[in-house]
Design a protein around this ligand. Structure first.
Ligand code: FAD
Length: 692
């Protein structure tokens, strides 16, 4: 038989492998770091060649429990890791965590009945799957689902699963992802173990919902699989090796670079959630006229990249942790003296992934890769108790970890981040017995933050505007307010660009020059996420926009686009914006710009304002909307598009209610009928939300 290309390739690989074995790798030892994490070597190469059949993967790696996650902001992924860890340490399950995106699901029906699959599913936006769960969801929710072994009534009869959802009850489609997945799996004959848990971010009870769900779930699973609970002993997932021969100056050491291409100094697309573009900030300025609150406008230049966007998309900003919080973390964990020490981090078991590239330094990991600012979870407190500096502190940590009420009484309202909690409980002691692996396992990866792009791609295709209000929230029981990670970093960048050589907003310091000064000259790492929040394709269609506060962001883009179209002589439909803020003299952003758009759009454009603190009675956008009932109703009958952007918790829901009232009145139908009409508008994309 002839050798085809594949045969030759395979042969070649075998030969190479043999050669490598014989030479013991000495020939390429220089290029390839034996400790380096393959996933970061070059983009997607690590993905190639891996099986996408999870049953096979479990078989190969000797696993009997796979924990899938559908995660957007990292919480579901974090819960998945925690379940994996707990399943192993308490019940001896051979667990692996799996990104839904990395597997196919047609062979689900071949999972043996003595194995178990977990689904930890976040619901995103309007009941949508998270980006990494889209394919899985489309498969399982498809009209013609075909499993590998085909056609029985209950193709998944052997399939046993556990389910937990992460949702937010202020959204209409609360936890729809876990509900749908549970329903569909059941429909195909699969068997759920325990309840399908639901965590509620809207009520702020996500963590406690998760903890409350998992105990009975473990009991049910243990009964089902015949597992014996054992004394949980901490086993690190990652091994840390000190690299004596390397210094932070060694070219192969990652100092915060997100991947190998960045380390080698080449920025190459595609730019996405694994590979940001280090973009120049062309311009930045303050939008508020008050001292105590900030809202930043940024112009991000993407002309040097392959990035593109369309009006209504989102941009992700990759933040850097504040220097003070990095210092605090290193100090309380006893790592200050070792911060520049070069280490390699290696997964001790084949299915775990190191969430950042190595070799690197403790400083770089803490500054660029771990979410050290987020409130610490009670379960993590419990894990760390074993490594307390002394018995007394250990007792306190154990109590905090196991007693919900005590935890909330002692720390809850102060929302300590990890380092602040350790400082608080540790009474000045250093926590140097905690294996560093525990932090990599227990803390979320530092997440990019999304912003609704506030410019029009029609007007400025290579420059992306961002409108970001700087997060600063008072915390009960704490002296200093909590300062948001990304927005204070952006504030520091803005200050530097506008002439402050050593910016330190609210005393926070940042390494604005980035790893190896790669962000110098005011750069920020970004990528673009495409959204479904879009203008009607026909510019003559009327649009109604509800965008109080930073909810105005995408609408600035919409109006910028329509003003430009009007200047070009295109027939533009009626364009109404409902904008709200506290006071016209304080936080009325883009006021003068809207006047410019008005000149171009004339009567087509109307800005309706609601200032909540200018009269004794608070006036919000939904009140203004109600006042305009007749006109809104009329526009809707002309098929106007209706958009809402901003606060998901209250505003979006109230606007929805008011809209139903307007429709009920305008068309003489009952409120429940009107609500149904609003639902249909949503389904038809005539009603679009971009809320957070
Ligand atoms: P984080 O550090 O992420 O904190 C966020 C919040 O979590 C804080 O306000 C606080 O309430 C709480 N928190 C976290 N840790 C603690 C702690 N230890 N103690 C107490 N509280 C804590 N924002 C805009 O300004 N403009 C936009 O156009 C915009 N568009 C968005 C579009 C989308 C699709 C999404 C999902 C979000 C959008 N956001 C927008 C919100 C934005 O992504 C960020 O969430 C926001 O800027 C805060 O980020 P941060 O890193 O500064 O704050």
């Amino acid at each position: 038989a002839e050798l085809d290309t594949l045969d030759i390739l395979v042969l070649g690989v075998i030969l190479l492998g043999t050669f490598a074995y014989l030479t013991k790798g000495t020939l390429w030892a220089k290029q390839k770091d034996p400790y380096a994490n393959a996933a970061y070597l070059n983009g997607n190469a690590a993905r190639a060649g891996k099986t996408r059949n999870f049953v096979e993967k479990m078989e190969e790696s000797g696993k009997n429990c796979i924990i899938f996650y559908g995660s957007q902001t990292g919480t579901a992924e974090d819960y998945a890791s925690r379940l994996a860890k707990e399943g192993k340490s308490r019940f001896g399950l051979e667990t692996m965590v799996a990104d839904l995106e990395e597997y196919d699901f047609d062979a689900m029906d071949t999972l043996p009945s003595d194995k178990i699959a977990f689904f930890v599913m976040a619901t995103y936006g309007e009941g949508e799957p998270t980006d990494n769960a889209v394919e899985f969801y489309e498969f399982i929710n498809g009209d013609d689902v075909a499993f590998s072994q085909g056609g029985e009534d209950a193709p998944l009869d052997n399939f046993h699963y556990v389910a937990f959802g992460l949702g937010n009850n202020t959204y209409e489609h609360y936890n729809s992802m876990v509900r749908d997945v549970d329903r569909l799996l059941t429909k195909y004959g699969a068997h759920r173990i325990g309840n399908a848990g639901e965590g509620d971010d809207g009520a702020g009870t996500m963590e406690e919902d998760f903890l409350a769900w998992k105990e009975p779930m473990w009991a049910a699973l243990a009964a089902h699989m015949g597992l014996e609970e054992r004394e949980a002993v901490y086993e690190p997932v990652f091994g840390i090796t000190v690299r004596e021969g390397l210094t932070p100056q060694s070219p192969e050491v990652y100092l915060g670079e997100p991947n190998k291409m960045h380390l080698e100094g080449a920025q190459k697309g595609p730019f996405n959630a694994h590979n940001p573009y280090i973009a120049p900030i062309a311009e930045s300025y303050e939008l508020f006229k008050v001292k105590d609150r900030n809202c930043i406008h940024l112009e991000i230049d993407i002309s040097g990249s392959t990035l593109s966007y369309t009006t209504g998309d989102h941009i992700a900003i990759w933040p850097t942790n504040a220097g003070d919080e990095v210092d605090r973390f290193l100090r309380v964990t006893g790592l200050t003296d070792k911060r520049e020490q070069v280490i390699s981090v290696k997964a001790l078991e084949p299915t775990a992934k190191v969430p950042f590239p190595t070799p690197t330094t403790y400083d770089a990991i803490v500054r660029y890769h771990l979410e050290i600012g987020a409130p610490v979870s009670r379960q993590f407190v419990s894990t760390l108790a074993a490594f307390a500096p002394n018995e007394e502190i250990k007792t306190e940590m154990t109590k905090l970890g196991s007693d919900k009420d005590y935890f909330h009484e002692k720390t809850g309202s102060q929302l300590f981040n990890i380092a602040r909690l350790l400082e608080h409980v540790g009474n000045g002691e250093t926590w140097d017995k905690i294996p560093f692996s525990a932090f990599i396992e227990g803390l979320t990866k530092l997440q990019p933050r999304y912003y609704s792009i506030s410019s029009s791609s029609h007007v400025q295709p290579k420059k992306i505007s961002v409108t970001a209000v700087v997060e600063s929230s008072m915390v009960v029981g704490r002296q200093d307010p909590f300062r948001g990670v990304a927005t204070n970093y952006l504030l520091a960048l803005k200050q530097k660009q506008n002439g402050d050589p050593e910016p330190s907003p609210f005393g926070l310091t940042y390494e604005l020059h980035g790893p190896r000064n790669k962000y110098d000259g005011i750069h920020v790492p970004v990528h673009v996420r495409h959204s479904n929040f879009k203008l009607p394709s026909d510019p003559a269609k009327p649009i109604i926009m509800i965008g109080p506060g930073t909810g105005v962001a995408p609408f600035r883009g919409f109006i910028q686009e329509r003003a430009q179209q009007a200047r070009e002589g295109i027939n533009v439909g009626r364009t109404i914006l409902f904008f709200g803020c506290r006071k016209s003299t304080e936080d009325f952003m883009y006021e003068s710009e809207f006047e410019e758009y008005k000149k171009a759009l004339g009567d087509k454009f109307e800005l309706v304002t609601a200032f909540s603190r200018e009269s004794s009675k608070k006036v919000y956008v939904q009140h203004r909307l109600k006042e305009r009932s007749a006109e809104i109703s009329d526009l809707l009958s002309q098929k106007a598009f209706f958009y809402v952007c901003g606060d998901a918790a209250n505003m979006a829901r109230e606007v929805n209610t008011v809209l139903a009232q307007i429709i009920a009145e305008g068309r003489g139908v009952s409120e429940s009928k009107a609500e149904e009409i609003v639902k249909n508008m949503r389904a038809a994309n005539q009603y679009q939300e971009d809320v957070w």
